[in-house]
Each structure stands twice: as structure tokens, then as C-alpha cells.
Ligand binder design. Structure first.
Ligand code: ATP
Length: 364
């Protein structure tokens, strides 16, 4: 039988509080990160994700609570004695040194190693990040992506149990960033080390992570795998932060809800992640789960009508803002621009297909 139990935790936080003077930056964090997981801390600026990462690293003390790494209590253990290493946003490569010298900087506290052992370790670390043979190059002659990989090699050379990454890709342009996201994910699978990534970019977190903790104001609002987070957000705030979600006023019925602009729908308990519905509520629906019907095409599920209020053509996709009957705020709907499919114009009436299985319900 397949073992479905979660991996043993390598990072455990229990009731962790952090104050900066009177400012309450972390408010009761309980968190287990498993061995070999790619874990992301995601949230808007100022939510405390960097603080949380720095407390794991040992760059910040915790004010209350417990932090265990590999089951060991870390109170009083300095950063350099922890089984962690950190990759920073500004990756602090020394431009006047060679690539190998930059990577060897990660060994500066290991005076016990022979020159030869160092060389072997540097070469191994460079191989790991796909820079084998680049050791003699001057660091200033590297591209942004290569510099980031040098920083990773330097952090990985001592084989930490946990690699902490503070917005490591935010200095890169969009294309390179996407490429590095895939590379980082591959690298993490290859080395099998636990990665804890801090990011404010929800797409980046979804692409890379096994699990994500969404943080607001020093608290974890939801902790889940990417699909659960996207499909079953616990609150409107989480739903809004992870991609785009339309919210429609609704009233709970015996089996589901009566939804403004859509009509009646059955809602299963799984579609109410925060608990059962009663009275006035809100129904969430993602843009890609609705579609426009052309000609006399039959609706695969339920059907409604609306007026094209605004549209944005993205080449591969068109985003429509549609005014549904009886709903004040337009809903956003996305359509792939398939061959032979026309783009509607502002003011046109559209037939819209929607599927009750895609709905998520929230108490108001
Ligand atoms: P960002 O993405 O902008 O870095 P963040 O979610 O990582 O945001 P933190 O850097 O963890 O946020 O900061 C959380 C809160 O704690 C912020 O309001 C910040 O101003 C405050 N803070 C962080 N470090 C200190 C400090 N050394 N002294 C006082 N307040 C601090």
C-alpha cells in the first residue's frame, strides 16, 4: 500500500510570536514543513513572511513559542550553527572574484577542509546548478540568471538540510524568472533538500511549491497544496490573492444557493471550505470556469446571459468584463482565442456557460 503519511517535519514552529518593539509581526504561527518539501510563504508586502524566514534562519529571535529544526530546539542556537542556509534577494556575488571563489565563500567557516577537498566540493556544487566548468570565469561576466545560480551553489555547497530563499528571483526579468522557476524546482527535486521560499508572487508559488502558506498580517490564513488553495480558498481574501475570482451575492437554499446573475445551484460541502452556508452568502467563480457560447452551441452545463461591458485582448486569451442581469459589478471571464473563434465587441449580448461544480461558497 502506498504510504500517504506526510514526510517527517524538519521545521516545526509552535505558537511563535514575534514583536519588534510594540509591533506584532508574527501572531501565533503553528507550522510543520516536511523533509524534502518545496514550501512557500506567500503574502503581500509587510505580512511577515521575511520575518518568519529569518527566524528559521536564526537572524531574528522569536519573542514567544518554539522553533525546532530536525527535532532540536533552536532557542539560543546562532544562525551559523543551524542546519539552514539562506539565498537572498540581492544575491551578493563578489564581481572581482571568480565563479569558483564566489562558491568557495560558502566554505569560509570550514578551516578543516584541504584545498583539494574544497575544489571538489566547489565543482560538485557548480555541477548541481548547471554551471560545471564555469569555475574560472570572472563573476562580473555572468548573466543575471547565472549569478543567481552561483548564489545557489554557494548556499548549497555545505548541503544544508533546509535552504531558505528570500525572493531569490525578484531581480530577474520576466522570461528569465520563468526559466529560473523551473530550474529551481528541478534543482530542488534533484538535491532533495527542503526549500522554503518567500514570495509575494502567487503564480510563482503555485508553479513551484508542494505546499503554500498564505500569510496576512502576521498570521497564516491558509496552508494547502496549490490546487486546493486555488480551488478551495478558505476566505474571499485568500481567493482574491491567489489569481482572480468573481464574487456574486447569493442566498443559501436547502441544497445550495440562489445566486445573483447565475440562478440556482447545488453546492456540495466540499465547495464550502470555511463551513456550511446559511442566509446571505457569497459565491466565488473563477474567470476560466465560465465561457461564451457562440451561435446555437448548446451549453455544456448551466447557461446565463450578459452584456459585454469591456474586453482586453491578450493575443492568446481575451478577458471579458460581463454585466450579468441583476448584478452591479461586471464579472470577468476568460476565453482562449482558438482558431476560428471570433472576439466579441463591447455592447454585444453574450450567452454564457457556467458549471456549478466550479463554485466556491463563502459566508459574507
Ligand atoms: P516584504 O515582501 O515587503 O519584505 P514581508 O511580508 O516579508 O514584506 P516582513 O519584512 O516580515 O514582511 O515585515 C513584517 C512587518 O514587520 C512589517 O510591517 C515591517 O515593517 C516590520 N519589521 C520588519 N523588520 C523590522 C525591524 N527590524 N524592526 C521593526 N519592524 C520591522
Amino acid at each position: 500500500m502506498k504510504d500517504t503519511s506526510p514526510p517527517p517535519p524538519i521545521v516545526s514552529l509552535r505558537a511563535v510570536q514575534k514583536y519588534y518593539g510594540t509591533y506584532h509581526a508574527l501572531r501565533g504561527i503553528d507550522l510543520d514543513i516536511g523533509e524534502g518539501e518545496f514550501f512557500s510563504l506567500l503574502g503581500p508586502s509587510g505580512c511577515g513572511k521575511t520575518t518568519l524566514l529569518r527566524t528559521i534562519a536564526g537572524f531574528e529571535d522569536i519573542s514567544e513559542g518554539t522553533l525546532l529544526l530536525s527535532g532540536q530546539d533552536m532557542s539560543g542556537v546562532p544562525a551559523n550553527k543551524r542546519p539552514t542556509n539562506m539565498v537572498f534577494q540581492s544575491y551578493a556575488i563578489f564581481p572581482h572574484l571568480s565563479v569558483a571563489e564566489n562558491v568557495a565563500f560558502g566554505l569560509r567557516r570550514r578551516s578543516d577542509l584541504s584545498k583539494q577537498a574544497r575544489q571538489v566540493m566547489v565543482e560538485e556544487a557548480l555541477d548541481m546548478v548547471g554551471l560545471g566548468g564555469y569555475g574560472a570565469r570572472a563573476a562580473h561576466a555572468l548573466s543575471g540568471g547565472q549569478r543567481q545560480r552561483v548564489a545557489l551553489a554557494r548556499a548549497l555547497i555545505l548541503k544544508p538540510k533546509v535552504l531558505l530563499l528570500d525572493e531569490p528571483l525578484s531581480a530577474l526579468d520576466k522570461k528569465l524568472r520563468e526559466q529560473m522557476q523551473n530550474e529551481l524546482r528541478r534543482l530542488q527535486r534533484h538535491v532533495g533538500i527542503t526549500f522554503v521560499l518567500v514570495t509575494h508572487d502567487q503564480e510563482e508559488a503555485l508553479i513551484m511549491s508542494d505546499r503554500i502558506a498564505v500569510m496576512f498580517e502576521g498570521e497564516i490564513a491558509q496552508l494547502a497544496d496549490p490546487q486546493t488553495l486555488y480551488r478551495r480558498p478558505l476566505s474571499r481574501r485568500v481567493a482574491d490573492f491567489i489569481g482572480v475570482m468573481n464574487f456574486l451575492p447569493a442566498r443559501a437554499t436547502e441544497t445550495g444557493a440562489e445566486i445573483s446573475g447565475l440562478g440556482r445551484a447545488t453546492i456540495t460541502p466540499e465547495q464550502c471550505p470555511a463551513g456550511p452556508l446559511s442566509g446571505d452568502c457569497t459565491i466565488g467563480i473563477r474567470p476560466e470556469t465560465m465561457s461564451i457560447l457562440f451561435g446555437d452551441e448548446p451549453a455544456p452545463a448551466s447557461e446565463t446571459r450578459g452584456l459585454v461591458h469591456e474586453l482586453a485582448y491578450y493575443g492568446d486569451m481575451t478577458y471579458y468584463d460581463i454585466l450579468l442581469d441583476g448584478v452591479e459589478k461586471p464579472v470577468t471571464l476568460s476565453m482562449k482565442n482558438l482558431v476560428g473563434r471570433r472576439v466579441l465587441e463591447r455592447g454585444e449580448t453574450a450567452r454564457i456557460s457556467w458549471d456549478e461544480r466550479a463554485l466556491v461558497a463563502f459566508a459574507n
